[in-house]
Design a protein around this ligand. Structure first.
Ligand code: CA
Length: 226
């Protein structure tokens, strides 16, 4: 069972999709417009999104881009048969799967199930270990020497990004772009504040670092202290 978010403006197709997925035991939410869907996806963090391309307010490909800016949720795009070039473009743009209209409820449910299996298989390997630090990227949990660390969203994103680049100096500009998704303002202390919180949780200080090392004038790197 998973939570599935359906974005579809056609009432009949939406009802078919919701019924088929709910009958298969999924928790289903649905919206008819892109903007309502974007809000709903942010609010409910579904396991899978099924997205119609022809929406009344915002083009499906623009909605996909907006969803990708805030979430890694797996996305199935639903499209008409004659849009093959568009399908390729959308898969390149971050869609995970597609289903061709008109689809049956059974077909949609099979696509959702297959995608969840794929994501779970990938998720099993999506754990990064650096020394005594274990970061579960899918479950968004962090353990240090077997103890769970409570991290807020940005702390987790920051740590995960550093862990993905272990041993490499990451610049502030890069962290702003990749973790905060904002251009670096220069005098901004946001990164320093989050780094100091993280260091406290890791039981270290900037003066006596173990995992998080500042490289003055360049950036910061995560290292295996063992
Ligand atoms: Ca439509």
């Amino acid at each position: 069972m998973a939570s599935v978010f359906v974005v579809e403006d056609d009432l009949q197709i939406r009802e078919l999709a919701v019924r088929a997925l709910a009958d298969a035991g999924h928790v289903v939410r649905a919206e008819a417009t892109a903007m309502a869907a974007l809000q709903g996806i942010v609010d409910t963090a579904p396991d899978v999104v099924v997205m119609d391309l022809g929406l009344p307010d915002v083009d499906g490909s623009d909605l996909l881009r907006m969803v990708r800016a805030v979430s890694d949720v797996p996305v199935i795009i639903a499209t008409a048969r004659d849009e093959e070039a568009e399908i390729v473009r959308l898969l390149d743009a971050g869609a995970d799967e597609y289903v061709v209209k008109p689809y049956s409820g059974a077909e949609l449910e099979a696509r959702v199930r297959a995608l969840l299996r794929r994501v779970d298989a990938k998720g099993a390997a999506r754990t990064v270990t650096v020394g005594g630090l274990r970061i579960d990227l899918r479950g968004r949990t962090v353990e240090l020497d077997g103890e769970t660390l409570q991290c807020n969203r940005k702390e987790f994103d920051l740590l995960a990004y550093l862990a993905a680049h272990v041993g490499t100096v990451v610049t502030r500009e890069e962290l702003f772009a990749e973790v905060w998704r904002e251009p670096y303002g220069g005098a901004d202390k946001t990164i320093d504040v989050h780094l100091s919180w993280l260091r406290r949780k890791l039981g270290e200080t900037a003066a006596e670092p173990r995992y998080i090392h500042t490289v003055r004038g360049v950036g910061v790197k995560l290292v295996d202290p063992s």
